[in-house]
Structures are given as structure tokens and as C-alpha cells.
Design a protein around this ligand. Sequence first.
Ligand code: F6R
Length: 612
Amino acid sequence: MCGIVGYIGGKEAFPILINGLKRLEYRGYDSAGVALLNGSLGNFKRKGKVAELEDFVNSENCSGTVGIGHTRWATHGEPSDKNAHPHNSMGDLFSVVHNGIIENYARLKDDLVKHGYSFKSETDTEVLANLIEYFYLQSEEMTSEAAVQLALSKVVGAYGIAVLCSREKEKIVVARKGSPLVVGLGDGEYFIASDASPIAEYTSQVVYLNDEDIAIIQRDGFTLKNVQNNPVSLKISNLDLEIGALDKGEFEYFMLKEIYEQPLTIEETFRGRLREDYSEIVLGGLLNVFPKLEEAERIIIIGCGTSWHAALIAEYLFEEYARVPVEVEYASEFRYRKPIINSRDVVILISQSGETADTMAALHLAKSKGATVLGICNVVGSSLARETDAGVYTHAGVEIGVASTKAFTAQVTVLTMIALKLAKRKGSIDIQEYKKLVNELSEIPEKGRIILESDQKIQKIAEKYHEAVNALYLGRGYLFPVALEGALKLKEISYVHAEGYAAGEMKHGPIALVDDNLPVVVVAPEDAYYEKVVSNIQEVKARKGNVIAIVTEGDSGLKELANDVIEIPKSHPAVAPLLAVIPLQLLAYHIALLKGCNVDQPRNLAKSVTVE
Ligand code: F6R
């Protein structure tokens, strides 16, 4: 949420900042801006996308080799030119870009007003810029980093910031608490960004800042301390990010590219982890914690949004096969209620980005209660990956489309592997069943490819229903969370109101919605619930609802009954979510496209929700 970039070195900063902002635009896209240090502190900002900022800035007046930039997802103050970042302090001594929320900004603002400060924007960030300037002007000896430290010591909330000072032209000060920041180390130059994607084309050496770190970055050196002014040791990491992965390639949207990548990304997720003879699942990251998992009295799985849906699937898997009680929690609820957790609990946090504020807070809470905390995460080096006791990377590759697709199937793949391995270790699964399931998992990529061949058919179905204003998604068992996920995909990218329900719940309320205008997407492959789901479809049809059924290939019965069917290859019910979700992703994609929506940048949303 919000993207920050910065550059200091020998090159012109502006093109580097603009490219970086384009890479980070998925984090927020309501306004953008850059500040450059040359003679003075040039500040250019604009409501709208980064491309609009680029058009607006006249390349002749934006030279400079030190600069910062920002692409915004609004928290305080509507998207507008004046609320866009960077924010200059009243005396134009400082320029600040910020990701996060300063919770006590109103009180700080009142104090600054008493000291004669006035404000141009409605943002919390301008308060921080002025607070830094206020401290800077308290003493002749004050440095910009000391002023930043003093200001941050007064702040309650979350921040990732980059700060320029017009009196210290050879320096960028950056700091983080709760919002990620990475510094790329070049030759006589440094790159700053909210994540590594803008840095990867310049250097593979990076330093991930930890909470309360503050870095003073100059052309010839980089000092790391914490906000309390204690030195912090520098840990340089190697980036393993292919630039090609950051482009759309032949696809119109990242979301479509990422849907199509799934056969490959699922394969990547289990590459080297499934033994060829299906005898073993190797999860190196969890090696030392499996005894804990075996002894766990219960497992609590936590996530937000799509990651929470993956957690729900895991509940079915873990309880059926590993015979351990599972609770699934929204991170945003878990962190604020008074959960009963103890050292015999294992808490699994799921997050694509590894930076979601609520998930990180849930992690900290579980850790403080002595639970073993494990992470399932896609972004290498993210806060979640660094702060959990152990974990598994999903290896889905960079996910840029705001609507999560390949990250979801990768998470479910990892969770399936953990559940099966745990079941085998506990002896709670029959070994033949175990081998069958591992084999089924290994066949998912091929079956996924077959489903993608139905894309044109799904597009035709989307054409029939894209004007609907509501939609209902139904599924049972392992496919109930898939119904939730299908509904979430549709609502977030096409703004159609969609609800996911356990099919058996339909008659307890949602059936009242059914009429001849309502598309009802029913996930109905052949499994133990098949007959019951067919009855649910009958109930919808009896009320003139339009049924789009996801069925096992060759199912002639539902072809007759449903208005439209999308076939998926036969699979074991426990791995069926990995297949059944793909047509739902495509359906949402095509409906959104037909409605003229920007699929990769849906309104009001941003990837990586680093604020509460
Ligand atoms: C939906 C979506 C969100 C995320 C949620 C959690 O398509 O992308 O619901 O799943 O914001 O994000 P992570 O997994 O990064 O913690």
C-alpha cells in the first residue's frame, strides 16, 4: 500500500524514479509524485496514475541525481494534487514520502500549529514533514537524520519514509516501522524502494530494513542505526528476481498472465519438494518444527482476504488427514480480540506479500504468547518471512495483479503438502491414500493446462452474464472456500456484488435473492457432496435462477440442468480447489473486462495492505 522509491548516485534520478514508480504502481495508484534535490527542492505531484505524472513533469526542470518518489493509496485526505506525496515542510527544508499511518497526527498537528506551522494538505505525512523541520531548526548542530529520529520518537503508528533535506544535498534518510523498505546497493549509487521490484534491474545486492531501522544514505556510504540511535549491523541479501517476471509479456493484463502461469507456478511450488516415487514430501523450511506440529493441540491458521480462503481449505485438509483441530482466523479480528493461545499451539500465518499489517500484528501477538509461529509467504525477504520461527515460500513468482490468483493456488499447494506430510508423520493417513494424494497433486499442473483451454468458452459465458448486478457462488466441503474466492474475485475487479456461500446454507437466506436475473455459480464436481449440490441446483432452477456449474468433465446430467457448464478434469476432492478456482478467476476476469474495468488496478484497492 503506497509505493516509495528513492535514488542517490551519478545518474539522472527522474527516469529511475518514474520507472520505479511504474513497477510499484500496483501498491497504490490514486496519485504520484517525485521530489528532486538540485538547486532547491523540486517537488512535482499529480492526482492520477504515474503516466500522468510523467506527462505533467517537464523533463527540462527535473534534473538532479538525488530524489524520492511516491505512488499513493489514500488514507488521510482524498486523492488530489495537494494530498499527493512528496510533502514539503512549510519552510521547504524537507520533503517526505510516506507509506503507513501516523495515528497521533492530529495532536502533533495541533502542537505544530501552536508553533506557527500551517498546512496545505489533509495528510498525516505533511505533519511529519513539518515535525522534522521543527526539530531541525531547534539547533544549529542538528543533522537531518537526528531531526528525523526526534520526529519519529513522537510518532505513534506505522511508517516507511524517505526524506530529503534541502540543506544536506548529498543524503537521503529512510526509516521503517511496519511498512517495508529495501535499499539496493549499486556502485556509487543506492536505490530505495518499498519492495525489490524497482531495484532488480540495477543490482542484486539489497538490504531489507527492519522495524525502527533508520538508514542515512550518501553516494559513498550507507549507515544503519535504529531510531534510538544504536548502531545496527548491515545484512546484505542477494536478490533472485527475474526482470521478465515484472512485465506483462504477451498478455493484456498481469492478472491474465498470472492466471495462465498457474500450471507452472504450482509446479514451481512443489519442485524439489515431492519425491518422484511420491514416497516423501520434503519441506526443508519446516524440518525442525515438524515435531512441534505433531505435538500441537491445535493449529490456528491466520490470513486476510484470499489468503484467508486458502486457510479455510487448509482447515478441511488438516482436520481430515492430520486429525488435528484447526481454527481459522481473520488476522484483523484475531489481533484485537483476546485469543487464548499458549506454547502448545502452532500458528500458521499466510500472506502473499508477507507485509500485511493485520497479519504481521497477529504474528506478533501469537509470538508474544509463546506459540510456534510459521509463515507461508510468497515474497522472499518479507517481514513475515523474517519474523516467523520457520516457514515455506510459495515460489509463485512476483504477483502484480491486485487480485490474487497464482499466489492463492501456490498457498493451497503448500498447505496440502504440509497437511499430507504431517498426516504421514502422525500415521493418521493410510499410506496408499497418501501416495494417491501426492500423485494427484503432481497431476494438477497438467489438468490446469486443460482448464485454460476453456478460456474462450468462459469468455462467452461472461458475455451472457456481464450485465448482472449481483451473483451468488455456491460450493460445499473443500469447494466452499473456492466459492468464497470466486465471489471475491468478481466483486473486487468488476464491482459486481457477489456472495460466496456454503451451498447447504442457501436455503437459510440467500435463496431469497434468486430470480431470473441472478447468475448462480455452483462449484459441483463429482465428489461426496455431488448429489446434495445437484439438489441445490434444482432449488435454484425451480426459482428461475441462471446456473453456471463447474463440473467434472463428461458430466452429462448437469449439462442438461444448468444453463452453462464449465468442465474441469476429474481429481481427488482434496486437491479439487486447485482446479475449480481457475475457471472462476477467468470468469471474473472476462466479466470485468467486458464492463470496461481496469483489471490490474481495481478502484479503491492496492496490493500489500500495509495499513490497518
Ligand atoms: C484478493 C487479495 C487480497 C489479499 C489480502 C491479503 O484478491 O489479493 O484479499 O489476499 O489483502 O494479502 P496478503 O496475502 O499479501 O497478506
